[in-house]
Design a protein around this ligand. Structure first.
Ligand code: PMP
Length: 485
């Protein structure tokens, strides 16, 4: 079996063998029932140690792709019932209610992934850098909490707005960002994604119009789509959402919600100017439309002056403010929060309770113990320093390797938003880039309507080292030149 392995790569040899076999099994090249060579034989053929082959086989076996029968050999397994079901297209095999529930197929905004996966893919998708997660400290914190609180850490705890001390801690974190809040107006949610969903569920019904920035956060767009909302996009420039045409829109289409990410917007990186924040709030007040303010990385600023949160300018309950610990700490905790004043707060609490009773109480306690303001600020300073250097590396590499590409230099946050030279499409670029070992998010994901955003792409610079950024942009530049030429 001639498995191509490359010793110059940092990918371990067992992983290269495992990946090659996995791809060939899933493509059908190695049919079910095929007997794989004994580990000793394959090791000799490839010039690797036997343990290397055994490790590769162990990985495949735990994925259910092969089976070793003592004394008989190692065989490729037939596809499982689950995997055949997943790929089943024939709707007639499903009950009618399933077909109805599936609805119309959605237009695809992305090309499919190519079969081939570059062994040293540099990915500029995602958010933040998992290598910064405070793993050891957090493990200790969890132990401390279990030791301190015993069984009560494993109970539901009080429902309502969440774990009391954490609600208070959130107000301290917010105060350090210039937002005054009272714990009784803080609702702890399962990530800020849930906070966005709760606000929409309480305020809107299918068919209602929501104003969104164009471009905006793709999973918020998905949420709005799932809820059957109509989206009207307002363009974003380097000063954030363009407010000029908004008043006419408010008069003509009567939106029921304005969704905005004023700081280091996802995906454009733009920051809304102070003047626009005030104008937006004034318009929302005049036309009686709530603002949903998503501040997912508001405190990750590399230069310039911070603008007040729209919530901080709002004395009268016009703004529902949403924040998260996902970006500064760890997204896997699934802890976010919202801040709301007035009767809507109780509606949000009740909605949350009906949906999932409570956000994982153990995580709330652990997070509260972990996040003292001092520790949060220290972590923020360290992350800011590191991500700023990565942002600079990204802007430099774009200048060097991507001539003709325009970029909005972000003053904070995680993303660089690029516009390709005229006539080029990020959707057509993506499969070629993946083949060359670099991944990005095509602009189409971030626009409300299909067909918009093709000339744009989003790069997350925060998750990669300056060396990876340089290498990634070099590869992207080569692909672009091939496309242009
Ligand atoms: N808002 C924005 C703008 C985001 O980018 C994300 C996640 N990428 C979220 C909200 C949701 O994050 P979480 O649910 O992890 O708090």
């Amino acid at each position: 079996m001639r498995i191509p392995i490359d010793r110059s790569l940092t990918t371990p040899l067992y992983r290269q063998i495992e990946t090659w076999l996995k791809e060939n099994i899933s493509s059908g090249g190695l049919a079910p029932g095929t007997r794989l060579p004994a580990s000793r034989v394959l090791a000799d053929e490839l010039g690797v140690s036997r343990i290397t082959v055994k490790n590769a086989y162990a990985g495949l076996e735990s994925d259910g792709l092969i089976l070793t029968r003592e004394g008989s050999g190692t065989y490729v397994m037939p596809p499982t019932a689950d995997s055949t079901r997943g790929s089943e297209d024939d709707a007639l095999t499903w009950p009618l209610w399933q077909v109805e529930a599936a609805g119309e197929p959605q237009p695809r905004v992305d090309p499919g992934r190519p079969q081939y996966r570059h062994p040293q893919l540099i990915s500029f998708t995602g958010v933040g850098d998992p290598r910064l997660f405070p793993l050891r400290d957090f493990a200790h914190t969890l132990q401390d909490v279990l030791h301190r609180d015993g069984l009560s850490a494993l109970e539901y705890g009080a429902f309502g707005g969440g774990y009391g001390p954490l609600r208070e801690t959130v107000t301290h974190v917010l105060a350090s960002q210039g937002i005054q809040a009272h714990p009784q107006n803080v609702l702890i949610t399962s990530g800020s994604q849930q906070a966005l969903a709760l606000a929409c569920q309480v305020l809107l019904k299918a068919g209602d119009v929501v104003v969104v920035e164009k471009p905006t956060y793709n999973m918020a767009l998905d949420l709005f789509r799932f809820l059957g909302l109509k989206m009207i996009g307002v363009p974003v420039d380097e000063g954030g959402m363009q407010i000029d045409g908004l008043e006419t829109l408010l008069q003509q289409v009567h939106p029921r919600l304005i969704y905005t990410i004023p700081n280091f917007q996802n995906p454009s990186g733009a920051c809304m100017s102070g003047a626009r924040r005030r104008q937006l709030l004034a318009l929302a007040q005049r036309y009686n439309v709530p603002i949903l303010e998503d501040d997912f990385v508001g405190d990750l600023r590399y230069e310039g002056h911070g603008q007040p949160a729209i919530k901080a300018l709002d004395g009268g309950g016009h703004v529902i403010y949403v924040g998260t610990f996902s970006k500064m700490l760890m997204p896997g905790l699934r802890v976010g929060y919202l801040l709301a004043n007035g009767p809507i707060f109780k509606r949000l609490v009740d909605q949350k309770q009906a949906q999932d009773l409570t956000t994982a109480p153990l995580m709330q306690r652990a997070l509260d113990r972990y996040v003292t303001v001092g520790r949060y600020q220290a972590h923020l300073r360290r992350t800011t320093r590191l991500y700023r250097a990565r942002r600079d590396a990204m802007l430099g590499a774009i200048r060097r390797h991507l001539p003709g590409v325009r970029v909005l230099p972000p003053q904070g946050g995680l993303f660089a938003w690029l516009k390709l030279p005229d006539g080029l499409s990020s959707l057509r670029l993506l499969p070629l880039a993946l083949e060359a070992g670099v991944e990005f998010a095509p602009g189409t994901r971030f626009f409300p309507l299909p067909g918009e955003g093709e000339p744009f792409l989003r790069l997350n610079f925060a998750a990669c080292t300056p060396e990876e950024i340089e290498q990634g942009m070099l590869r992207l530049g080569q692909v672009l030149r091939r496309m242009e030429g």
